[in-house]
Design a protein around this ligand. Structure first.
Ligand code: SAM
Length: 243
């Protein structure tokens, strides 16, 4: 049975993941996670002889040598890019965790989730994530045997979300017209990039509609109507520029 701390880490493993446990010591986490079916396979990485051998024995006695690969090496050096989709690093200082992540950044290409449990220096881990392509998605704090532990879970910032941000970035059209974010939201950031005839047709007809509304408003002399008129005038002149 896992300690409460390791069990909490296991709970954040995505169902069916392939993960690398760096600094695995006795490989308790990989063995439990594969036995429970939570993970389909794992790599247990260890830099020191004693723990490396202990991990090997543990995996062997659990009969999991086909599913858990015990490897000796420094940090993420033990995995190939794309080999795992989740990485756990637990029971070390935050500075060491940040160093391991930085030195192995090329190994994180296919990795979607990091589950990190720094014993101290949690801020260094948060800062590392914040300055990169990772979003802190969960935090846990727990006490066990008189010690307090934090667990930080981070997911890779969705590439689609990043593309979406770019899509709505203010841009200049070849004619020099500036398309603001508001305009892109209105007309569609992709539709306005390569506008088809029907796109112009639609917006010409919108312009007509606006002109009709504007004409009717001209007959009213209320203050609120004046303001709405000004808004419409602006909208129409901008629309004319785009068209
Ligand atoms: N991860 C387990 C846990 O949370 O219960 C074991 C934690 S144990 C306190 C830390 C382990 O990390 C040790 O077994 C140590 O040998 C290993 N370690 C330290 N630096 C390492 C590095 N750069 N690469 C791989 N393992 C490392």
């Amino acid at each position: 049975k896992l300690s409460a701390r390791l069990q909490k880490i296991a709970d954040y493993l995505p169902q069916g993941c392939k993960f690398a446990d760096i600094g695995s010591d006795h490989a308790l986490l990989p063995v439990a996670a594969v036995l429970s079916g939570r993970a389909v396979s794992a790599v247990a990485g260890e830099v020191n002889d004693g723990p490396f051998e202990a991990a090997g024995r543990q995996v062997e006695s659990a009969g999991l040598t086909a599913k858990i690969s015990v490897r000796k090496g420094n940090g993420l050096a033990v995995v190939q890019p794309g080999e795992v989709n989740t990485v756990t690093i637990a029971g070390m200082g935050g500075a060491l965790i940040a160093t391991i992540l930085s030195e192995g950044e090329d190994k994180l290409s296919g990795v979607q989730r990091l589950i990190l449990q720094p014993n101290v220096g949690e801020d260094m881990v948060r800062r590392w994530l914040l300055e990169r392509d990772w979003v802190l998605t969960a935090e846990e704090i727990l006490e066990e045997d008189g010690k307090i532990y934090e667990i930080l879970v981070a997911d890779r910032r969705n590439e689609a979300a990043a593309l979406n941000d770019m899509l709505y970035q203010e841009r200049e059209l070849p004619g020099g017209l500036n398309l603001t974010r508001e305009w892109l939201i209105w007309m569609g950031p992709m539709l306005s990039q390569h506008p088809a005839d029907v796109f112009f047709e639609k917006w010409e007809s919108e312009l007509d509609k606006l002109a009709k509304i504007r004409k009717q408003m001209g007959k009213s002399d209320q203050e609120s109507a004046r303001q709405k008129e000004a808004e419409l005038d602006l909208q129409m002149s901008q629309l004319k520029e785009v068209l």
